[in-house]
Write a protein of this length. Structure first.
Length: 470
């Protein structure tokens, strides 16, 4: 989608020689994002929590959970015993769900008296355990799942600002974008588009006077309530790349080829938006898609080895990170480590580190498995390895994976992020990949599971067309 994006100019130019863009003035300072609440639709049947209790959503390891009162299923975090808590509560009083408010940097809090709770780490069943407060096991270990069937979100007020991202060069998409922008304007919603789109489509300025463009200095997460994409998976990937940190919910209309990540049909946009912007503010299902944080440590020159001789680059990734042999005809030689331990050395065309969302992209073509977007893991998939025993693996989402080019390699390598060339890796350079603090909240048409199976069956014909055995 846009070749001259945020990755342009990073391929093999030293940092001091790169052309620095002229800083732009912010254009959206008068807009403020609308807070939204997030809760779990239902918990495991074995959980001691009632079905309507939102519990702890599994979003990111850095999120701070703050409630107006102690969650009923985590009595061990309180000084009161569970029996005392039960006596203090009226059995005839229905338990009110405690929604989680999301705003600003996507910190979760309630408007009432705050109470700190441990991070939602993996595995969630042991989130409250530490060396100072260990779990006591008397008669064997029994844990309860901390996962939910799906997440549900709702804006506290009607969304007031929408960012529209469209696939360029498609007349149908451009016509639909104008229709959507006109409809949003009629609803009193401010429409924000890319500056390049306004330059390419001057009719938007003349016909839709309320349409605005953002600048590179705007922190979009603090100004945008909803992102609407019109296109394919590449359009969504490009929209996500505009948010280097937290981002608002994303609604994707399908106007591309496959559409793994675009569950809403384009011809039904009126019905979809009417329901979403209704005065009743109906809760909508949501799936939080993992992103990866990619940190590149590159040598500034081919000589020297102290810290001052390295530069650090960082980028967010939705689908996959690919370290490959680049333009070299030689096999890539890469050292792979997990959590500080060197685990293997790869000789081949490269290695893919994919999110569950990206498992149906390049990783699948290279022999990796498909993974549900709710799976907390990172897929490690070799690309044409010299050793046939090097099989794909799935690592926990707590892993920190490093891929380095050893000094004795025949040639360097290259790094691609979400299908875009990011930089060249010279001998001694390394890439560190871990789960990002900022997931991508995408609105579901049905549920996360239903949408995912519909996409793999529709796009890949997964297990379809086979006659049932009689």
């Amino acid at each position: 989608i846009q070749e001259a994006g945020p990755l342009a100019g990073l391929l093999d130019t030293p940092g001091s020689q790169r052309r620095q863009p002229t800083p732009e003035q912010p254009r959206l300072q008068d807009l403020k994002a609308t807070p939204w609440v997030l809760w779990q639709e239902s918990l495991s049947e074995t959980s001691s929590c009632p079905p309507n209790f939102p519990g702890f959503p599994r979003i990111g390891s850095d999120m701070e959970l703050v409630f107006e009162d102690k969650p009923p299923c985590f009595d061990n975090f309180s000084s009161k015993s569970s029996s005392e808590a039960a006596e203090a509560e009226d059995e005839n009083t229905p338990r009110k769900p405690l929604p989680l408010e999301v705003k600003g940097e996507r910190r979760i809090q309630s408007p009432m008296t705050p109470t700190r709770y441990p991070n939602v780490g993996s595995p969630g069943a042991f989130a409250g355990c530490s060396r100072d407060a260990p779990m006591v096991v008397n008669e064997g270990l029994t844990v309860e799942s901390n996962s939910a069937k799906s997440l549900v979100m709702q804006w506290q007020e009607r969304p007031s600002t929408v960012l529209l991202i469209a696939k360029p060069g498609d007349p149908v998409v451009m016509a639909t974008l104008q229709d959507i922008a006109a409809w949003l304007s009629s609803q009193g919603v401010t429409t924000v588009v890319e500056p390049q789109l306004l330059a390419d489509q001057p009719v938007l300025k003349s016909v839709l006077t309320g349409t605005r463009a953002f600048s590179t200095s705007d922190d979009l997460a603090n100004h945008i309530d909803l992102v609407i994409t019109i296109g394919g998976d590449g359009t969504l990937t490009w929209a996500v790349s505009l948010f280097t940190g937290a981002m608002p919910p994303v609604l994707s209309f399908a106007a591309g080829s496959l559409g793994f990540l675009t569950p809403f049909p384009l011809d039904g946009w009126v019905r979809t938006l009417t329901k979403l912007f209704s005065p009743q503010r109906t809760p909508v299902p949501l799936v939080c898609r993992m992103r990866l944080k990619v940190v590149v440590r590159r040598r500034k020159t081919n000589s020297g080895g102290d810290a001052s001789d390295f530069e650090t680059l960082e980028v967010q990734c939705l689908n996959e990170v690919l370290v490959h042999r680049g333009r070299s005809g030689n096999l890539a030689k890469l050292d792979i480590g997990v959590d500080g331990e060197k685990v293997t050395m790869l000789q081949g065309d490269g290695v893919i580190l994919a999110t569950p969302t990206g498992s149906t992209a390049y990783s699948l073509s290279a022999g990796g498995s498909m993974a549900h977007p709710g799976v907390p893991g990172i897929l490690l998939t070799p690309v044409s390895p010299h050793s046939l025993s090097f099989r794909p693996a799935v690592l926990p989402d707590s892993s920190i994976i490093s891929v380095g080019v050893p000094l004795n390699a025949r040639s360097g390598a290259a790094l691609s992020v979400d299908g875009k060339e990011f930089c060249v890796l010279r001998l001694g350079d390394a890439v560190e990949v871990s789960v990002s603090r900022h997931p991508v909240p995408t609105i579901c048409k049905a549920t996360g599971t239903a949408d995912w199976f519909a996409s793999v069956q529709g796009a890949l014909q997964w297990n379809l067309g086979r006659a049932e055995q009689k």
